[in-house]
Design a protein around this ligand. Structure first.
Ligand SMILES: [Zn+2]
Length: 107
């Protein structure tokens, strides 16, 4: 029986999965082609819980520290399945709401 059973991937494996499971679209987005969660974000199991893949991309490739930077945003013209670190940036919860409203109203 594997000691990893139920825990999902290690961080190294997560990085490899992120690299393997995306396709690049005409806008330069790295569109996640793996599992998708209920809110339309890519998801992956890591350390015993479900993660949104763009958050792990930011963690791996932007060096995000969860204690101080809890919110990862996509560029406004970007697909929410995108995991291109060049298209992700760190935001505040307030910006996240503003971004959501802007999208909702088609601004
Ligand atoms: Zn993108």
């Amino acid at each position: 029986m594997s000691p990893k059973l139920g825990r999902g991937y290690t961080l190294e494996e997560v990085e490899q999965v992120l690299i393997d499971r995306h396709r690049i679209n005409k806008d330069g987005c790295w569109i996640w082609t793996g599992a998708i969660g209920t809110h339309g974000y890519g998801r992956i199991r890591y350390e015993g819980r479900e993660w949104r893949v763009h958050r792990l991309a930011a963690y791996l490739w932007l060096g995000v520290d969860w204690d101080t930077t809890p919110v990862i945003l996509h560029r406004s013209d970007c697909d929410k399945l995108c995991i291109n670190p060049d298209h992700l940036y760190v935001g505040t919860q307030r910006e996240n709401v503003a971004d959501y409203l802007a999208r909702k109203h088609g601004v």
